[in-house]
Design a binder for this molecule. Structure first.
Ligand SMILES: [Zn+2]
Length: 140
């Protein structure tokens, strides 16, 4: 999908996907007043996120972002939208959480005294991202 055909809300969603972490949490933190308007919230969920998940680049961006947090995943799965979007959301979420669990395993392993000589990589903050995933993004 060419950039010039994206709506302002689609642009916002794609910008938040590039930040990493749950895009809905980022939107909520960035513009709390507007986001709390349930019509805007439902529109982002139903018309933007679930519709845009038909594009492989949006699915990949959601995986790179780490997927949705559990509270927003539950909301998204309860929202209306094409069945294939829910399937795409679950597939992206499963892939994102598989990556996160592998990084958490690496973090735990490298905190074992036998492997402490190995330098930390992306897994250094995996435990924080797991907490964000379970509860929603915390402001940092
Ligand atoms: Zn969230």
């Amino acid at each position: 999908m060419a950039d010039q055909t994206l709506s302002p809300l689609q642009h916002e969603l794609r910008e938040t996907l590039a930040q990493g972490g749950c895009p809905l949490c980022h939107l909520a933190a960035r513009d709390e007043q507007r986001f709390l308007d349930s019509l805007t919230y439902e529109r982002i969920l139903d018309e933007i996120l679930l519709q845009d998940l038909r594009f492989p680049e949006v699915q990949a961006a959601l995986v790179r972002a780490g997927g949705l947090c559990l509270p927003h995943l539950r909301t998204a799965l309860g929202a209306s939208g094409p069945a294939q979007s829910h399937t795409a959301l679950l597939a992206a979420q499963r892939e994102a959480w598989t990556v996160l669990m592998a990084e958490l395993d690496g973090f735990i392993r490298k905190n074992d005294y036998r492997f402490q000589h190995e330098p930390m990589g992306d897994e250094r903050d995996a435990w924080l991202r797991v907490l964000d995933t379970l509860t929603g993004l915390s402001p940092r």
